[in-house]
Design a protein around this ligand. Structure first.
Ligand SMILES: CC(C)(COP(=O)(O)OP(=O)(O)OC[C@H]1O[C@@H](n2cnc3c(N)ncnc32)[C@H](O)[C@@H]1OP(=O)(O)O)[C@@H](O)C(=O)NCCC(=O)NCCS
Length: 174
């Protein structure tokens, strides 16, 4: 394990982060998306989407995009809210130092506080680093998506329950 970074700060996205996001998205996602920057900007601008940027010494080093979504009634739960991790990336030089884990935990906490019952995401089946990150954070596979990515890479659908307490479902139907 590489030494963890001290002094990492997680902040909401500001316009100052735009160049960084574009630069990192181009490098981090070019293998999986034909237009990685446009794809990530669309995700950031999507309805009910929030982006968090990890800073080290005031410099951006990673980001995560999380989106909340209301769903139809499910069993006894009325209109459960679910969260989707739409993107996560860390500067190449700072990988394996705990930034991805911190961003993921922050995105989960944000979703939990907003009342989301579970987080969902998709990653490429051959994206070993991402699969290790999500496995280490207790994400479980629940399906696959053939040819979901550029180059016909397959997608793996993963999920994690965020809340199981009754407060998680304030709208439990009688
Ligand atoms: C996936 C990504 C965000 C991980 O970020 P990171 O900052 O390197 O991750 P962390 O250092 O927090 O790692 C957390 C855990 O994930 C696992 N992990 C991360 N990278 C790994 C690797 N290269 N090999 C094995 N395990 C790895 C480990 O369990 C690690 O914990 P440990 O270091 O205590 O063993 C980063 O590799 C990245 O930006 N990749 C390109 C973009 C991408 O593929 N995003 C995912 C799309 S869904």
């Amino acid at each position: 394990m590489r030494p963890r970074l001290q002094g990492l700060e997680l902040r909401p996205l500001t316009s100052d982060d735009e160049r960084f996001i574009a630069m990192l998205s181009r490098r981090a996602f070019v293998r999986y998306a034909h237009r990685p920057v446009r794809t990530v900007l669309d995700l950031i601008e999507a309805k009910d989407s929030d982006t968090f940027v990890a800073h080290l010494d005031d410099l951006p080093v990673g980001f995560a995009v999380v989106r909340l979504e209301d769903h139809l009634d499910y069993g006894p739960v009325a209109q459960p809210q679910l969260a989707h991790l739409d993107a996560i990336a860390v500067e190449t030089m700072l990988r394996r130092r705990g930034v991805g884990r911190a961003l993921l935990a922050h995105a989960e906490e944000h979703a939990r506080r907003a009342g989301a019952l579970a987080m969902f995401l998709m990653t490429a089946s051959n994206n070993e680093r991402a699969r290790h990150l999500f496995a280490a954070a207790d994400y479980q596979p629940y399906g696959g998506f053939g040819g979901a990515y550029r180059g016909r890479h397959h997608g793996v659908l993963l999920t994690k329950v965020l809340r199981t307490d009754r407060a998680a479902a304030p709208a439990l139907r009688a």
